[in-house]
Unconditional design. Sequence first.
Length: 326
Amino acid sequence: MRNIGIKCLLICVMFSSLYSVKSDLELGFYEKSCPDAEKIIYDYVKKHIPNVPSLAAALLRMHFHDCFVRGCDASVLLSSTSNNKAEKSASPNQSLRGFDFLDRVKSLVEAECPGVVSCADIIALVARDSVVAIGGPYWNVPTGRRDGLISKSSEASRELPAPTSNFSALQASFASKGLNLLDLVILSGAHTIGVSHCQSFSNRLYNFTGKGDEDPSLDGVYAMNLKEKKCRTPKDMTTIVEMDPGSFRTFDLGYYKHLLQRRGLFQSDAALMSNAATKSAIIQLLHNPLEVFFKEFALSMEKMGSIEVKTGSTGEIRKHCAVINS
């Protein structure tokens, strides 16, 4: 049992061991083939993320979106071709940011060790180092991932949990990737940093059941504030809103505090409060020091980063992250 001590999740965590992710990844995979690879990545992230701290959330989200479709294989970085609509073009991915940042990191690593370090490993390492750069938790990133050859928009639309997901949909989505309810709660905590566009949750404000109504699970004062100061029309496509108001640049417990106040921005956030086990987990997190959340987040991120990885001779090491090697 993990240290959080949530009795109501004990059965879930025990059963999750049956689906624990196993892979051939290893710490220090590039120690001989490209010994400076991780330092090059870390140094670049450490230098630039403090200047654009909002990018940390975007790069963490990129890692999540990559791993939930075909596993952590950088398929999210591939561009569409005349014959194929790639994951990038799927609706959930059209708001992703950080592609140029990852390309710059890749070019530095390629200059040092051509054709050695995968784009999939770069995503995983950059996500971790970016979170650390803004004062968030550190987690182990075993490496050795290889890059996938397939990227389909339809799969991204189907596999990625939507901000409108209810609890059953979230549970099924995470379970399909070998992640349990505790992982769901902990990984949702990534919403403590970053922003969202109004269009991702405006239905909760203006048309929750298709009758021009408001989501009753959303705090009325918070909803009114969003409508009057942020998302003034149902079709607002440009305004951005903090997912953790007041501390959206700080990796803390603010997100969970807002959930208890019925002020989670997405329907998928509110869904965590609709289940006794996940609600209890949230309360337990808030009764523990921040370090407990950091430790649990590290465990769940390492688990997520190993989903359906390609290793050995599967896939390839792309020269450019947006295109398959010719």
